[in-house]
Design a protein around this ligand. Structure first.
Ligand code: SAM
Length: 228
């Protein structure tokens, strides 16, 4: 099989397996180890982990045409809502010269996440509540990017709170908003507009937004620049 690989953002690759399916992936920093059931493609001496957009909202946003990708090789990232580590593991491949502080509040899920972190030296697991940034302020430093995927009604407020504690001025917040977590009765478009207004009236300038259907229903990804 002839495999074509093109870097589309720092350490993010479009991977063409010549079957007509658009795929992306990251170059694994831990060769020989899967984090979820991702497919591994070996090219020369490298292993690329195919990024499943059905299992990762960041993957879905990239496939759906994200234009501003603030997570780069050297980035310091605060990741809120790590779950078992699917998306954090790709972020860890991307920021291979950076660091990712990944917060998760469910102890049972944290145990699974610890397994993903084991060999990833740039991924720091933190058992904590994203609503209470002061509780992890002794561990987390100032970061370039905050990525949030917690599916909570007050998710915009959580991002703003954490940005005040940890985000460098001029840094970026990325937030996956799930309309149904906020109000099941309202039109998702109305909810997205309100959430954008909350972010914009509290220090963020929205610089990119991507509807991630059909991978996730009624979800949007906002990228905001922190003006402080
Ligand atoms: N970001 C993950 C990924 O793409 O691989 C999936 C995240 S999942 C949709 C949401 C996670 O946020 C759950 O694991 C949940 O336990 C966690 N969560 C919800 N509220 C939280 C909070 N206040 N603090 C920390 N984690 C929270």
């Amino acid at each position: 099989m002839d495999i074509k690989i093109k870097e589309i953002f720092e350490n993010v690759y479009e991977i063409d397996l010549e079957d007509g399916v658009k795929r992306i992936g990251t170059k694994s920093i831990v060769k020989g180890k899967k984090v979820y059931d991702e497919k591994i493609v070996k090219v020369d001496d490298e292993e690329y982990r195919i990024w499943n957009p059905h299992k990762s909202k960041l993957g879905a946003a990239i496939i759906k045409g994200l234009k501003v990708m603030p997570i780069k090789r050297n980035s310091k990232v605060l990741y809120l809502g790590a779950s078992a580590g699917t998306t954090p593991s790709h972020v860890s491949d991307i920021a291979d010269r950076g660091i990712i502080y990944a917060v998760e509040y469910a102890p049972r899920i944290m145990r699974e996440f610890l397994d993903s972190c084991k060999d990833r030296i740039n991924l720091i697991p933190i058992l904590g509540d994203a609503n209470k940034p002061q509780e992890y302020s002794n561990i987390v430093e100032k970061v370039d990017v905050i990525y949030e995927d917690v599916a909570q009604p007050n998710q915009a407020e959580i991002l703003i709170k954490n940005a005040k504690w940890f985000l460098k001025k001029g840094g970026y917040g990325m937030i996956a908003i799930k309309a149904r977590s906020i109000d099941v009765t309202k039109d998702p478009k109305e909810i997205f507009k309100e959430q954008k207004e909350i972010l914009e009236s509290n220090g963020f300038k929205i610089v990119d937004e991507v509807d991630i259907e059909p991978f996730e229903k009624d979800h949007i990804m906002f990228v905001g620049k922190w003006l402080g």
